[in-house]
Design a protein around this ligand. Structure first.
Ligand code: CMX
Ligand code: CO
Length: 146
């Protein structure tokens, strides 16, 4: 069961400048930053609000760390903008299996590590009406998440 919009992933050329735009324009502050070498990104998570499932919704600002990363390739083709959406669930394995059974390509055999120790997988945009879709289970889902 998907219970929240966990984050919107936004690809940018310069993470620091983009963070400053969201801070000075809207007042959003950085909640967390990290480099995810496997995904080839340096990222900032800006928490927007808590959600009723015990989780939260974020903006995920993404800057590529290497030329061959998926985000670098996407930026070269499209320029900056919304790269993916992510739905939160307490059971990324179960939801991935369910959507796979409905004929949607799930990109990873097993979920991989995402922001803040979460477990993530992706659904192919060509099977999701043009939207690269991520599924997320937080590192420590609260008991309220279901
Ligand atoms: N949104 C919508 N469509 C997309 C897309 C995106 N983000 N990325 C690629 N596509 C489309 C392309 O436009 C292209 O369509 P056309 O054939 O009609 O031109 C098609 O998908 C293939 O695109 P491509 O440029 O050849 O890219 P690849 O097939 O090499 O890779 C994908 C696409 C989805 C498999 C790859 O981006 C991927 O594995 N993504 C998951 C991992 C990821 O995005 N990590 C970064 C974020 C990490 C995080 O959120 O923590
Ligand atoms: Co993401």
């Amino acid at each position: 069961m998907l219970t929240r919009i966990d984050h919107i992933g936004i690809a940018c050329f310069d993470l620091d400048k983009t963070v400053e735009f969201y801070r000075s324009t809207y007042g959003f502050e950085v909640f967390h930053t990290e480099v995810n070498e496997e995904q080839g990104v340096r990222e900032a998570m800006l928490k927007i609000n808590e959600t009723s499932d015990g989780g939260a919704s974020y903006l995920q600002l993404l800057e590529p760390t290497r030329e061959d990363s998926t985000v670098a390739k996407w930026l070269a083709k499209n320029g900056e903008g919304v790269h993916h959406i992510a739905f939160g669930t307490a059971d990324v394995d179960g939801v991935a299996a369910d959507v796979r059974g409905k004929g949607v390509r799930v990109l990873y055999d097993e979920p991989r590590r995402g922001s803040m120790g979460s477990r993530i997988t992706f659904l192919h945009p060509k099977d999701c009406h043009g939207v690269l879709t991520e599924l997320v289970t937080s590192a420590e889902p609260s008991s309220a998440e279901h």
